[in-house]
Design a binder for this molecule. Structure first.
Ligand code: AMP
Ligand code: MG
Length: 400
Protein backbone atom coordinates (compact mmCIF):
# COMPACT_ATOMS: atom_id res chain seq x y z
CA UNK A 1 0.00 0.00 0.00
CA UNK A 2 1.01 3.55 -0.73
CA UNK A 3 0.98 6.15 2.01
CA UNK A 4 -1.25 9.20 1.80
CA UNK A 5 1.83 11.38 1.49
CA UNK A 6 3.33 9.30 -1.32
CA UNK A 7 0.09 9.40 -3.25
CA UNK A 8 -0.18 13.17 -2.92
CA UNK A 9 3.48 13.67 -3.83
CA UNK A 10 2.97 11.62 -7.01
CA UNK A 11 -0.02 13.74 -7.95
CA UNK A 12 1.72 17.05 -7.34
CA UNK A 13 4.73 15.94 -9.35
CA UNK A 14 2.45 15.52 -12.38
CA UNK A 15 0.60 18.83 -12.02
CA UNK A 16 1.75 21.89 -13.96
CA UNK A 17 0.24 25.31 -13.43
CA UNK A 18 -2.29 26.41 -16.05
CA UNK A 19 -0.82 28.87 -18.57
CA UNK A 20 -1.69 32.50 -17.87
CA UNK A 21 -4.23 34.28 -20.08
CA UNK A 22 -5.46 37.85 -20.37
CA UNK A 23 -8.96 38.09 -18.92
CA UNK A 24 -11.48 40.87 -18.48
CA UNK A 25 -11.87 41.90 -14.86
CA UNK A 26 -14.91 39.90 -13.83
CA UNK A 27 -13.63 36.82 -15.65
CA UNK A 28 -10.34 37.21 -13.80
CA UNK A 29 -12.03 36.83 -10.42
CA UNK A 30 -10.58 33.82 -8.61
CA UNK A 31 -7.55 33.82 -10.87
CA UNK A 32 -3.99 34.30 -9.72
CA UNK A 33 -2.15 37.31 -11.12
CA UNK A 34 0.60 36.34 -13.52
CA UNK A 35 1.98 39.88 -13.87
CA UNK A 36 3.09 42.67 -11.58
CA UNK A 37 0.55 45.45 -12.05
CA UNK A 38 1.95 48.96 -11.64
CA UNK A 39 0.04 52.21 -11.43
CA UNK A 40 0.03 54.17 -14.70
CA UNK A 41 -1.40 57.17 -12.83
CA UNK A 42 -1.32 58.27 -9.23
CA UNK A 43 -4.32 57.32 -7.11
CA UNK A 44 -6.12 59.62 -6.56
CA UNK A 45 -5.04 61.22 -9.80
CA UNK A 46 -5.89 64.78 -8.65
CA UNK A 47 -6.34 66.63 -5.35
CA UNK A 48 -10.00 66.39 -4.40
CA UNK A 49 -12.42 66.93 -1.60
CA UNK A 50 -13.11 64.27 1.02
CA UNK A 51 -16.35 65.94 2.13
CA UNK A 52 -19.23 68.10 0.98
CA UNK A 53 -18.38 71.64 2.08
CA UNK A 54 -16.40 74.69 1.04
CA UNK A 55 -12.96 74.97 -0.48
CA UNK A 56 -11.09 77.81 1.22
CA UNK A 57 -7.71 79.24 2.02
CA UNK A 58 -7.15 78.12 5.61
CA UNK A 59 -5.39 81.41 6.50
CA UNK A 60 -8.69 83.25 5.88
CA UNK A 61 -10.29 81.34 8.76
CA UNK A 62 -7.58 81.80 11.38
CA UNK A 63 -9.96 83.98 13.42
CA UNK A 64 -12.99 81.70 13.17
CA UNK A 65 -14.32 80.08 16.33
CA UNK A 66 -17.48 79.40 18.35
CA UNK A 67 -19.35 82.68 18.73
CA UNK A 68 -17.24 84.56 16.16
CA UNK A 69 -17.70 82.99 12.74
CA UNK A 70 -15.98 84.20 9.58
CA UNK A 71 -18.18 84.96 6.58
CA UNK A 72 -16.87 84.46 3.04
CA UNK A 73 -18.57 85.08 -0.32
CA UNK A 74 -19.24 81.85 -2.24
CA UNK A 75 -17.87 82.45 -5.74
CA UNK A 76 -18.69 79.12 -7.37
CA UNK A 77 -19.59 75.48 -7.01
CA UNK A 78 -17.65 72.42 -8.11
CA UNK A 79 -19.15 68.91 -8.15
CA UNK A 80 -17.66 65.48 -8.75
CA UNK A 81 -16.97 65.07 -12.44
CA UNK A 82 -16.46 68.80 -13.16
CA UNK A 83 -13.34 69.18 -15.21
CA UNK A 84 -13.38 72.99 -15.48
CA UNK A 85 -10.79 75.25 -13.84
CA UNK A 86 -11.91 76.78 -10.56
CA UNK A 87 -9.96 79.02 -8.22
CA UNK A 88 -10.26 80.25 -4.67
CA UNK A 89 -8.75 83.69 -4.24
CA UNK A 90 -8.04 85.28 -0.86
CA UNK A 91 -11.21 85.95 1.11
CA UNK A 92 -13.51 83.72 -0.98
CA UNK A 93 -14.92 80.21 -0.84
CA UNK A 94 -16.11 77.71 -3.47
CA UNK A 95 -18.83 75.17 -2.64
CA UNK A 96 -17.41 71.73 -3.22
CA UNK A 97 -18.77 68.17 -3.23
CA UNK A 98 -17.05 64.92 -2.27
CA UNK A 99 -14.73 63.77 -5.04
CA UNK A 100 -14.71 67.14 -6.80
CA UNK A 101 -11.40 68.57 -7.97
CA UNK A 102 -9.88 71.02 -5.47
CA UNK A 103 -9.93 74.56 -6.95
CA UNK A 104 -6.57 76.23 -7.49
CA UNK A 105 -5.52 78.31 -4.50
CA UNK A 106 -7.59 76.37 -1.96
CA UNK A 107 -5.69 74.49 0.76
CA UNK A 108 -8.54 73.18 2.91
CA UNK A 109 -12.14 72.04 2.76
CA UNK A 110 -14.55 73.05 5.51
CA UNK A 111 -17.23 70.39 5.93
CA UNK A 112 -20.73 71.77 5.48
CA UNK A 113 -21.55 70.74 9.08
CA UNK A 114 -19.21 73.46 10.38
CA UNK A 115 -21.04 76.18 8.43
CA UNK A 116 -24.50 77.63 7.89
CA UNK A 117 -24.61 75.95 4.47
CA UNK A 118 -25.01 79.33 2.70
CA UNK A 119 -25.15 79.55 -1.09
CA UNK A 120 -24.22 83.20 -1.81
CA UNK A 121 -22.09 83.61 1.28
CA UNK A 122 -21.12 81.18 3.97
CA UNK A 123 -20.67 81.56 7.69
CA UNK A 124 -17.86 79.34 8.93
CA UNK A 125 -17.76 78.51 12.62
CA UNK A 126 -14.43 76.70 12.90
CA UNK A 127 -10.90 77.16 11.59
CA UNK A 128 -9.14 74.29 9.82
CA UNK A 129 -5.54 73.29 9.33
CA UNK A 130 -4.09 73.37 5.80
CA UNK A 131 -4.91 70.10 4.02
CA UNK A 132 -8.09 69.52 6.00
CA UNK A 133 -10.56 67.16 4.23
CA UNK A 134 -8.39 67.02 1.10
CA UNK A 135 -7.47 63.75 -0.59
CA UNK A 136 -4.05 64.31 -2.04
CA UNK A 137 -2.87 63.14 -5.43
CA UNK A 138 -1.06 59.83 -5.10
CA UNK A 139 -1.75 59.29 -1.41
CA UNK A 140 -3.17 55.80 -2.11
CA UNK A 141 -0.66 54.90 -4.83
CA UNK A 142 1.92 56.95 -6.70
CA UNK A 143 2.44 56.52 -10.44
CA UNK A 144 4.81 53.58 -10.90
CA UNK A 145 3.94 51.98 -7.55
CA UNK A 146 3.04 48.32 -7.55
CA UNK A 147 -0.73 47.97 -7.49
CA UNK A 148 -0.71 44.19 -7.04
CA UNK A 149 2.09 41.65 -7.33
CA UNK A 150 2.36 38.48 -9.36
CA UNK A 151 0.85 35.58 -7.43
CA UNK A 152 -1.92 37.64 -5.84
CA UNK A 153 -5.27 35.90 -5.71
CA UNK A 154 -7.75 38.17 -7.47
CA UNK A 155 -10.72 38.58 -5.15
CA UNK A 156 -13.39 41.27 -5.01
CA UNK A 157 -11.18 43.94 -3.48
CA UNK A 158 -8.32 43.24 -5.88
CA UNK A 159 -10.76 43.62 -8.78
CA UNK A 160 -11.90 46.91 -7.34
CA UNK A 161 -8.34 48.14 -7.05
CA UNK A 162 -7.44 47.04 -10.58
CA UNK A 163 -10.45 48.88 -11.94
CA UNK A 164 -9.66 51.95 -9.84
CA UNK A 165 -6.18 51.88 -11.34
CA UNK A 166 -7.72 51.88 -14.81
CA UNK A 167 -7.14 48.27 -15.81
CA UNK A 168 -9.86 46.53 -17.82
CA UNK A 169 -8.05 43.21 -18.19
CA UNK A 170 -5.20 41.41 -16.47
CA UNK A 171 -2.93 38.46 -17.05
CA UNK A 172 -3.96 35.66 -14.69
CA UNK A 173 -3.77 31.96 -14.25
CA UNK A 174 -7.50 31.32 -14.51
CA UNK A 175 -9.59 29.16 -12.24
CA UNK A 176 -9.17 25.54 -13.30
CA UNK A 177 -12.17 24.00 -15.06
CA UNK A 178 -13.08 20.77 -13.33
CA UNK A 179 -15.42 18.20 -14.88
CA UNK A 180 -17.01 15.84 -12.38
CA UNK A 181 -18.57 12.59 -13.44
CA UNK A 182 -20.05 9.72 -11.48
CA UNK A 183 -20.23 6.10 -12.46
CA UNK A 184 -22.60 3.36 -11.44
CA UNK A 185 -25.59 1.48 -12.83
CA UNK A 186 -27.39 2.05 -9.54
CA UNK A 187 -27.35 5.84 -9.82
CA UNK A 188 -30.53 7.82 -10.47
CA UNK A 189 -30.81 11.55 -10.89
CA UNK A 190 -32.29 13.22 -7.78
CA UNK A 191 -35.87 14.16 -8.48
CA UNK A 192 -36.51 10.99 -10.49
CA UNK A 193 -38.09 7.88 -8.92
CA UNK A 194 -35.90 5.17 -7.40
CA UNK A 195 -36.82 1.58 -6.78
CA UNK A 196 -34.99 -0.68 -4.29
CA UNK A 197 -31.58 -1.41 -5.70
CA UNK A 198 -31.08 2.09 -7.00
CA UNK A 199 -29.93 5.25 -5.19
CA UNK A 200 -29.95 8.94 -5.93
CA UNK A 201 -26.66 10.15 -7.29
CA UNK A 202 -24.94 12.51 -4.86
CA UNK A 203 -21.19 12.52 -5.42
CA UNK A 204 -21.15 14.71 -8.49
CA UNK A 205 -23.07 17.49 -6.74
CA UNK A 206 -20.85 17.33 -3.69
CA UNK A 207 -17.59 17.16 -5.63
CA UNK A 208 -18.54 19.88 -8.10
CA UNK A 209 -19.46 22.15 -5.19
CA UNK A 210 -16.25 21.27 -3.37
CA UNK A 211 -14.28 22.11 -6.51
CA UNK A 212 -16.02 25.47 -6.70
CA UNK A 213 -15.34 26.09 -3.04
CA UNK A 214 -11.68 25.38 -3.81
CA UNK A 215 -11.64 28.13 -6.43
CA UNK A 216 -12.45 26.19 -9.59
CA UNK A 217 -15.09 26.34 -12.24
CA UNK A 218 -16.88 23.02 -12.00
CA UNK A 219 -19.09 21.20 -14.46
CA UNK A 220 -21.20 18.27 -13.44
CA UNK A 221 -21.70 15.39 -15.81
CA UNK A 222 -24.59 13.19 -14.73
CA UNK A 223 -24.05 9.54 -13.91
CA UNK A 224 -22.39 7.26 -16.43
CA UNK A 225 -23.37 3.61 -16.52
CA UNK A 226 -20.82 0.94 -15.74
CA UNK A 227 -20.00 0.50 -19.37
CA UNK A 228 -16.49 1.02 -20.79
CA UNK A 229 -17.70 2.66 -23.99
CA UNK A 230 -20.02 5.04 -22.19
CA UNK A 231 -17.26 5.92 -19.75
CA UNK A 232 -14.67 6.63 -22.43
CA UNK A 233 -17.15 8.68 -24.43
CA UNK A 234 -18.03 10.76 -21.38
CA UNK A 235 -14.36 11.33 -20.59
CA UNK A 236 -13.67 12.25 -24.21
CA UNK A 237 -16.54 14.74 -24.14
CA UNK A 238 -15.31 16.39 -20.95
CA UNK A 239 -11.73 16.70 -22.18
CA UNK A 240 -12.94 19.44 -24.54
CA UNK A 241 -13.74 21.79 -21.72
CA UNK A 242 -11.88 20.63 -18.63
CA UNK A 243 -8.45 21.18 -17.11
CA UNK A 244 -9.08 18.38 -14.62
CA UNK A 245 -11.38 15.37 -14.55
CA UNK A 246 -12.75 13.88 -11.35
CA UNK A 247 -14.67 10.62 -11.44
CA UNK A 248 -16.17 8.66 -8.58
CA UNK A 249 -16.97 5.00 -8.27
CA UNK A 250 -15.79 1.90 -10.06
CA UNK A 251 -12.27 1.67 -8.68
CA UNK A 252 -12.48 -0.91 -5.90
CA UNK A 253 -11.24 -4.33 -6.92
CA UNK A 254 -11.01 -4.11 -10.67
CA UNK A 255 -12.66 -6.71 -12.84
CA UNK A 256 -15.65 -6.12 -15.00
CA UNK A 257 -17.75 -4.48 -12.27
CA UNK A 258 -15.22 -1.78 -11.52
CA UNK A 259 -15.34 -0.23 -14.90
CA UNK A 260 -13.31 2.90 -14.22
CA UNK A 261 -10.33 0.95 -12.99
CA UNK A 262 -10.73 -1.76 -15.58
CA UNK A 263 -11.08 0.63 -18.50
CA UNK A 264 -8.57 3.31 -17.57
CA UNK A 265 -5.87 0.85 -16.47
CA UNK A 266 -5.69 -0.21 -20.10
CA UNK A 267 -4.77 3.31 -21.18
CA UNK A 268 -1.51 2.98 -19.29
CA UNK A 269 -1.46 6.61 -18.23
CA UNK A 270 -3.68 6.20 -15.17
CA UNK A 271 -2.39 4.33 -12.14
CA UNK A 272 -4.52 2.66 -9.53
CA UNK A 273 -3.33 2.06 -6.02
CA UNK A 274 -4.42 1.15 -2.56
CA UNK A 275 -3.65 4.08 -0.33
CA UNK A 276 -3.22 3.35 3.36
CA UNK A 277 -6.11 5.46 4.53
CA UNK A 278 -9.62 5.15 5.84
CA UNK A 279 -11.97 6.05 4.31
CA UNK A 280 -10.86 6.11 0.69
CA UNK A 281 -8.40 3.28 0.16
CA UNK A 282 -8.82 2.71 -3.60
CA UNK A 283 -7.44 5.67 -5.53
CA UNK A 284 -6.47 6.34 -9.10
CA UNK A 285 -4.65 9.19 -10.72
CA UNK A 286 -3.11 9.85 -14.09
CA UNK A 287 -3.44 11.83 -17.26
CA UNK A 288 -5.72 11.35 -20.29
CA UNK A 289 -6.08 12.81 -23.76
CA UNK A 290 -3.76 14.74 -26.03
CA UNK A 291 -3.36 17.52 -23.48
CA UNK A 292 -2.48 15.03 -20.79
CA UNK A 293 -5.34 16.25 -18.62
CA UNK A 294 -5.06 15.12 -15.01
CA UNK A 295 -7.75 12.69 -13.93
CA UNK A 296 -8.63 11.69 -10.38
CA UNK A 297 -10.65 8.53 -10.02
CA UNK A 298 -12.07 8.70 -6.53
CA UNK A 299 -13.81 5.88 -4.73
CA UNK A 300 -17.61 5.78 -4.92
CA UNK A 301 -18.61 5.84 -1.29
CA UNK A 302 -19.60 9.45 -0.72
CA UNK A 303 -17.51 10.05 2.39
CA UNK A 304 -14.50 8.37 0.78
CA UNK A 305 -14.94 10.54 -2.29
CA UNK A 306 -15.19 13.72 -0.26
CA UNK A 307 -12.23 12.99 2.00
CA UNK A 308 -10.17 12.01 -1.05
CA UNK A 309 -11.12 15.25 -2.73
CA UNK A 310 -9.93 17.31 0.22
CA UNK A 311 -6.70 15.33 0.60
CA UNK A 312 -5.66 14.99 -3.03
CA UNK A 313 -7.74 17.05 -5.45
CA UNK A 314 -7.82 20.28 -3.51
CA UNK A 315 -4.01 20.63 -3.24
CA UNK A 316 -3.73 19.76 -6.94
CA UNK A 317 -6.25 22.46 -7.85
CA UNK A 318 -4.14 24.94 -5.92
CA UNK A 319 -1.00 23.78 -7.73
CA UNK A 320 -2.80 24.23 -11.07
CA UNK A 321 -3.38 27.84 -10.11
CA UNK A 322 0.30 28.26 -9.36
CA UNK A 323 -0.41 28.44 -5.64
CA UNK A 324 1.23 26.63 -2.77
CA UNK A 325 -0.63 23.30 -2.64
CA UNK A 326 -0.99 23.68 1.11
CA UNK A 327 -3.28 21.19 2.82
CA UNK A 328 -6.25 22.00 4.94
CA UNK A 329 -5.39 23.60 8.25
CA UNK A 330 -4.86 21.23 11.16
CA UNK A 331 -5.01 21.98 14.86
CA UNK A 332 -4.47 19.97 18.00
CA UNK A 333 -7.49 19.26 20.17
CA UNK A 334 -8.47 17.09 23.11
CA UNK A 335 -10.70 14.11 22.44
CA UNK A 336 -13.99 13.92 24.36
CA UNK A 337 -14.28 10.19 23.69
CA UNK A 338 -12.28 7.18 22.53
CA UNK A 339 -11.53 6.34 18.92
CA UNK A 340 -10.30 3.21 17.14
CA UNK A 341 -8.41 3.07 13.90
CA UNK A 342 -7.13 0.20 11.74
CA UNK A 343 -3.45 -0.61 12.03
CA UNK A 344 -1.33 0.58 9.13
CA UNK A 345 -3.83 3.13 7.86
CA UNK A 346 -4.17 6.82 8.45
CA UNK A 347 -7.76 7.39 9.37
CA UNK A 348 -9.86 10.50 9.07
CA UNK A 349 -12.75 10.36 11.50
CA UNK A 350 -15.68 12.75 11.20
CA UNK A 351 -15.85 14.99 14.24
CA UNK A 352 -17.12 18.21 15.75
CA UNK A 353 -14.37 20.59 16.72
CA UNK A 354 -15.27 23.20 19.30
CA UNK A 355 -12.31 25.40 20.20
CA UNK A 356 -9.61 22.97 21.41
CA UNK A 357 -11.98 20.10 22.10
CA UNK A 358 -13.01 17.53 19.52
CA UNK A 359 -15.83 14.98 19.59
CA UNK A 360 -15.83 11.97 17.26
CA UNK A 361 -19.24 11.52 15.63
CA UNK A 362 -21.27 8.33 15.58
CA UNK A 363 -21.72 6.62 12.23
CA UNK A 364 -18.30 6.48 10.62
CA UNK A 365 -19.39 4.18 7.77
CA UNK A 366 -18.13 5.66 4.52
CA UNK A 367 -21.63 5.71 3.02
CA UNK A 368 -22.93 7.90 5.85
CA UNK A 369 -23.22 11.38 4.48
CA UNK A 370 -25.37 12.66 7.33
CA UNK A 371 -22.49 12.35 9.77
CA UNK A 372 -20.20 14.06 7.27
CA UNK A 373 -22.70 16.89 7.02
CA UNK A 374 -22.67 17.17 10.82
CA UNK A 375 -18.88 17.24 10.94
CA UNK A 376 -16.70 20.33 10.74
CA UNK A 377 -13.42 18.47 11.10
CA UNK A 378 -11.65 15.16 10.64
CA UNK A 379 -9.61 13.61 13.41
CA UNK A 380 -6.40 12.27 11.91
CA UNK A 381 -5.26 9.02 13.47
CA UNK A 382 -1.72 8.12 12.34
CA UNK A 383 -0.91 4.80 10.71
CA UNK A 384 0.79 3.38 13.79
CA UNK A 385 -1.96 4.31 16.23
CA UNK A 386 -4.93 1.99 16.67
CA UNK A 387 -6.59 3.57 19.67
CA UNK A 388 -7.04 6.99 21.15
CA UNK A 389 -8.57 7.49 24.56
CA UNK A 390 -10.76 10.23 25.97
CA UNK A 391 -8.50 13.10 27.00
CA UNK A 392 -5.81 12.28 24.42
CA UNK A 393 -4.64 15.04 22.17
CA UNK A 394 -5.24 14.47 18.45
CA UNK A 395 -4.41 16.23 15.23
CA UNK A 396 -7.58 17.54 13.64
CA UNK A 397 -8.09 18.71 10.08
CA UNK A 398 -10.57 21.56 9.72
CA UNK A 399 -13.02 21.06 6.87
CA UNK A 400 -13.69 24.05 4.66
P1 AMP B 1 -18.10 1.82 -6.16
O1 AMP B 1 -16.84 2.50 -5.78
O2 AMP B 1 -18.55 2.14 -7.53
O3 AMP B 1 -18.04 0.35 -5.88
O4 AMP B 1 -19.21 2.40 -5.19
C1 AMP B 1 -19.11 2.25 -3.79
C2 AMP B 1 -20.39 2.67 -3.14
O5 AMP B 1 -20.59 4.04 -3.38
C3 AMP B 1 -21.62 1.98 -3.64
O6 AMP B 1 -22.49 1.77 -2.55
C4 AMP B 1 -22.20 2.96 -4.61
O7 AMP B 1 -23.57 2.82 -4.79
C5 AMP B 1 -21.87 4.26 -3.96
N1 AMP B 1 -21.75 5.32 -4.97
C6 AMP B 1 -20.94 5.30 -6.04
N2 AMP B 1 -21.08 6.43 -6.76
C7 AMP B 1 -21.99 7.19 -6.13
C8 AMP B 1 -22.54 8.46 -6.39
N3 AMP B 1 -22.17 9.18 -7.44
N4 AMP B 1 -23.44 8.96 -5.53
C9 AMP B 1 -23.80 8.24 -4.44
N5 AMP B 1 -23.30 7.03 -4.14
C10 AMP B 1 -22.42 6.49 -4.96
MG1 MG C 1 -19.84 1.46 -8.84
Amino acid sequence: MKSVDEHLAGILAAIHPIAPIELGLLEAEGGVLAEDVTASHPLPSFDNSAMDGYAVRSADLAAAGAGHPVTLPVVGEVVAGDTGAYAVTAGTAVRIMTGAQLPAGADAVIPVERTDGGLAKVEIREAAAPGHAIRRTGEDLRAGDQVLGKGTLVGPVQLGLLAAAGRSAVLVRPRPRVAVLSTGNELAEPGTPVTPGRIWESNSFMLAAAARQAGSIAYRHGAVRDDPRELLEAIEGQLMRADVLVTSGGVSMGGEHDVVKDTLSRLGSVQFAKVAMQPGMPQGFGVVGDDRTPIFTLPGNPVSAYVSFQLFVRPALRALRGMDPERLRTVHAMLTGPLRSPAGKRSFARARLERAVVTPLRGQGSHRLASLAAANALIIVPEDVTELAQGDEAEVMCLP
